[in-house]
Design a binder for this molecule. Structure first.
Ligand code: ATP
Length: 368
């Protein structure tokens, strides 16, 4: 039996509501696994309230505390009392950088029952993964302001592209394309997304590293797309995508678009992986705290539940992870199963969670 120590950070707004459902489903999977694994969880109340009380989103040694866990399940941060660049920088970005979660994995699969905004796209037709560089690039915290508050004010923001950072993320994406091909899920194609026609330093470097690494993968078809073309194709013909790799900012934009293409933010999960496994990885829904619907009990918990499934998969509880995926698919594809209003239903967040937990309990395989 393996014990996984999980740090749970629900955060703010609907983060709290959807993480409660994700935990409910994880507990159902744990129970149904017949003792094959246990989850030892600790909840951390690091959010807007914590900031108001202490002046920080997490304690000074927060990252060190999290380092002692096997994984982190995170909801969302966003509180009107906290400047957004502070709430995000002191939680999500601090974890990604501090725990070297250099790979942000965002699968986009069109499932039966998900509201696809594109016409004529069938369930199963869209199935791709965006691999986003997660610790440097345009999100590197380098820059400054001078002459603040005057008409001469200047702001400078630098992007950082290191050989180590580019190589490891591009290689990870090639390996993923190879794995998906082997498993019969993907067609063995990688698209490197860049903008090296306009950004002549960092992006040209990214592209050069991509050109070098693709030589190591003759079995994978690879090509590049400029980020604007990639956005257009994600709307026009997302069924042609398999694995895409992009820098931090481009990956962020592409993955929000990808989430919308396969049914909206309510269904898009994400993993912030430390593939070297020398620190915990963090799993979260792509959406934020959604203050407009927070507290109403109508947030869609699918994304957070699927993030929990990704976490189990990464921790090696593969059968339980697959059971969560199957339960999500069966609830989503069942016209009589409860759905939240964003998916055209009238159900509350907890009813969807209850239903998925019940179906996980019924299907999880022993020995996960
Ligand atoms: P934040 O500032 O924390 O990023 P936001 O409202 O700007 O919050 P999101 O939380 O990503 O950004 O949400 C954008 C919109 O999508 C919300 O207004 C909400 O209506 C909708 N939305 C997001 N997540 C969900 C969800 N899980 N269920 C239902 N609707 C959602």
């Amino acid at each position: 039996m393996s014990t996984h120590r999980i740090a749970v950070m629900p955060g703010d707004g609907i983060g709290r509501e959807v993480i409660a459902e994700s935990m409910k489903v994880l507990r159902a999977a744990e129970k149904a696994s017949g003792g094959a694994f246990t989850l030892e969880t600790t909840e951390f109340p690091w959010n807007g309230d914590f900031y108001v009380k202490t002046g920080r989103m997490m304690p000074e040694d927060g990252i060190e505390t999290l380092r002692g866990y096997d994984a982190i399940l995170f909801g969302a941060v966003g509180d009107a009392r906290v400047p957004e660049h502070i709430s995000v920088a002191q939680t999500i970005l601090a974890m990604r950088r501090g725990l070297d979660q250099w790979c942000n994995l965002r699968p986009a699969r069109l499932l039966k029952g998900a509201p696809c905004p594109l016409k004529d796209k069938q369930p199963g037709q869209i199935d791709f993964v965006v691999v986003r560089e997660n610790t440097e690039g345009e999100y590197a915290d380098i820059g400054g302001n001078v002459f603040a508050g005057t008409s001469n004010e200047v702001a400078v923001q630098s992007a950082v592209f290191t050989r180590r950072g580019c190589e490891r993320i591009i290689r990870y994406a090639f390996e993923l394309a190879r794995k998906r091909k082997k498993e019969g899920v993907g067609k063995g194609e990688l698209i490197s997304v860049s903008k090296h026609n306009a950004q002549r330093h960092g992006q040209v470097f990214w592209n050069r590293v991509y050109e070098e690494i693709r030589e190591e993968y003759p079995d994978i078809r690879s090509r590049f797309l400029y980020v604007d073309a990639a956005c257009m194709d994600m709307v026009r013909k997302p069924e042609t995508f398999d694995v895409l790799v992009a820098s931090n900012l481009f990956g962020d934009i592409l993955t929000d678009l990808a989430g919308v293409v396969v049914g909206g933010l309510g269904i898009a999960p994400s993993g912030n992986l430390n593939p070297d496994r020398n620190g915990p990885s963090m799993f979260e829904p792509v959406h934020g705290s959604a203050p407009d619907i927070a507290g109403k009990g109508i947030a869609n918990p699918f994304a957070a539940i699927m993030a929990g499934g990704m976490m189990l998969d990464f921790l090696g509880a593969t059968a339980a992870a697959q059971a969560i995926t199957r339960a999500v698919e069966s609830v989503l594809g069942d016209p009589n199963a409860p759905k939240t209003p964003d998916f055209g239903g009238k159900a509350r967040t907890s009813e969807v969670g209850d239903e998925i937990a019940a179906r996980v309990g019924a299907t999880v395989a022993k020995g996960a």
